[in-house]
Design a binder for this molecule. Structure first.
Ligand code: PPS
Length: 340
């Protein structure tokens, strides 16, 4: 098995900083060998930070049977995943708004590794098993970085839509999520600190994005950004539809953009995840730290400018510069990391 892991730091102080409700053990995971994966020549060699529950299942996830007609939505957390999941599902299901309003998005586009993020007493169905039994065409959400995704992805080549978002908005959105959904006990200073130390789940951010950006010209990969969706959603819908072999009239495209607009999306219970947040809270026996928190929260580009202190913005910029230089990344990637 090429995937190896080690326990994250035995020093209690370090573990204290990163733990969240029901999760106080973490692992560092690495794929040590991928001779059969040609795309791997484009990847940065990296270790990833994950909750302990991945220790016993990472192999099963890596060996998951991929189907050629699957559609995978892959992102670093808080990059616009939910928004794109619904866009992709609508495109492939000929704009079935009624079904969408009846069936929760997480059932139509299940989250591949959800069972590994929340403590076991938070009751989710076992997603890999459900997916194995699901009839085609399957739609799957994953936050796994390229080297840890099921290895068949690279040979079976299903359609993959990767979405990236500028790092500071990701960090802000992730902080609110970590605090309210994962019940992270630290304050925002602690959170930004662990974010920049690559000690939030699925980190590091930069490599996660860069690996897919380098693969953006593969025929089965579509690389999108949150910011381009905000700027001109109809054109992203057209581009995505073409990638998925679909075409729609101008009216249909505009209708879909309107259905997916933040003001509408945030009010539809099957899409906005408010019910899931309430259920998770109940199972964690917690109350919502921020009374007005919603998973579909602000939906803006550049919300960090209002929410992040100036010195933290500068720190994030220095960190990004250091990471890109250290890994000798193509400077063009900065358009994605800083995109505002
Ligand atoms: S997760 O938990 O990783 O799946 O979260 P993810 O869906 O990737 O990211 C959540 C952020 O996406 C925003 N969002 C939207 N923005 C614009 N339009 C629509 N329709 C939309 N739906 C979700 C959501 O508000 C989160 O961003 P923030 O900045 O926290 O508002």
């Amino acid at each position: 098995m090429p995937i190896v892991w080690k326990k994250f730091c035995d020093e209690e102080k370090e573990v204290e900083k990163v733990k969240y409700a029901g999760m106080d053990e973490f692992i560092i995971v690495k794929n040590t060998s991928y001779p059969d994966i040609p795309q791997a020549s484009l990847w940065q060699d990296q270790e990833f930070f994950l909750p302990i529950l991945f220790r016993d299942t990472i192999e099963t996830l890596y060996n998951f049977d991929v189907r050629p007609d699957d559609v995978w939505v892959v992102t670093f957390p808080k990059s616009g995943t939910t928004w794109v999941q619904e866009m992709v599902w609508q495109i492939c299901n000929d704009l079935d708004y009624e079904r969408s309003k009846k069936e929760n998005l997480m059932e139509r586009v299940p989250y591949f590794e959800v069972n590994n993020i929340f403590p076991k007493y938070v009751n989710f169905p076992h997603i890999p098993t459900e997916l194995q039994e699901m009839k085609s065409r399957r739609f799957i959400k994953s936050h796994l970085p390229a080297p840890l995704l099921p290895k068949q992805i690279w040979t079976v080549k299903p359609r993959i839509i990767y979405v990236a978002r500028n790092v500071k908005d990701v960090a802000i959105s992730f902080y609110h999520y970590y605090k309210n959904v994962q019940h992270y006990h630290g304050n925002w200073e602690n959170f930004f600190d662990i974010f920049m130390k690559n000690r939030v789940f699925f980190a590091p951010y930069h490599t996660h994005v860069y690996n897919f950006w380098r693969m953006r010209n593969e025929e089965n990969i579509l690389f999108l950004t949150y910011e381009e969706m905000k700027k001109d959603h109809p054109s992203v819908i057209r581009k995505t539809a073409q990638f998925l072999g679909k075409s729609f009239s101008e009216d249909q495209v505009n209708e879909l953009a309107d259905f997916l607009s933040f003001s509408k999306f945030s009010k539809i219970p099957t899409l906005n995840q408010d019910e899931s947040v309430t259920r998770i809270l109940k199972e964690l026996r917690k109350t919502l730290p921020d009374k007005d928190y919603h998973f579909v929260r602000k939906g803006e580009v550049g919300s960090y400018k209002v929410e992040m202190p100036k010195e933290v913005i500068e720190e994030f910029n220095r960190w990004t510069l250091k990471e890109t230089e250290k890994a000798k990344m193509d400077p063009d990637i900065n358009r994605v990391f800083y995109n505002v």
